[in-house]
Write a protein that binds this ligand. Sequence first.
Ligand code: FAD
Length: 288
Amino acid sequence: MSLLKKLTEQQSAFSLEFFPPKKDMPISSVYGAVEKLSAYNPAFVSVTYGAGGSNRDRTIDIASHIKNSFGLDAIAHLTCVGADPVSINGVLAALEQNGISNVLALRGDIPDGMDKATAFTHYQHASDLIKDIKKRGGYTIAAAAYPEGHVESASLDQDIEFMRLKEASGTDFFITQLCFDKTAITRFFEKLTKAGIKAPVVTGIMPVLNPNQIIRMALLSACSIPASLSKIICRFGDNDDDFRKAGVAYAVEEIDYLLANGIHNFHLYTMNKSEAVEQIILDSDLNG
Ligand code: FAD
């Protein structure tokens, strides 16, 4: 079944995200978690792209291994900040050689040490990259979406206007940034329907496993921490085991609520670990 069919025709589906290990770690260190979770039949597995293209060979190698050794649909993330059409074509050609035809097309953030003019000389927005990939042909193209608005945007409505532009430029489906507020997610989907967005949207779920990491991520992504999550941080923040259990239960509750409200596709941010994500799959209604 094609990746897009899985997202539109299956009752529910989930995908997984991994990042390339740092250069001093063996690339194989990520494969144990991929193998363990592949038993649960993910719709696809995505591999992130380092800021400004750092580590990009690892993104290609891991996506290729996931596809060719584990037989899973793999998506390579690709950012265009600081890139030019020649370098982008080089990455796309390498992906094609490895049989990867799914790309998450992103703008990316300006890497440390790069000035704004250099960063946006050739590509200003993800939609510019999406148009180039579409022109090249042969790709299923995903793009990013933000249930509470992108950190730079003036409003969620404006952000959704730019989602429409990304869709018109060739986006086949969207994957969202993490969002801890389930009611913000259902409101977002209502707005997408009103705005006429037709492409499937896969909801990003970040397992809540470490209080400091959650607070840091919420600040970086400008997303809210609902009172129910604040309570977990206050009650269990100094006990790793209890926090982890409460964090898994929080993600399970979020997924089950969203499934009950007609939202079917979930992207699980694994942080390269299998245990918590496996527990979430087993405990939630994703499992049957
Ligand atoms: P864009 O869609 O270009 O949007 C960026 C900002 O510009 C937004 O505020 C938007 O509203 C605005 N905008 C968009 N189009 C226009 C327009 N035509 N005119 C004016 N304003 C416009 N980063 C990485 O470096 N590597 C990764 O692997 C990676 N993976 C990610 C995976 C997911 C699922 C998500 C949600 C994000 C990921 N990111 C990754 C982070 C992403 O690169 C940043 O959030 C980045 O700041 C924005 O990228 P974008 O593709 O959403 O950009």
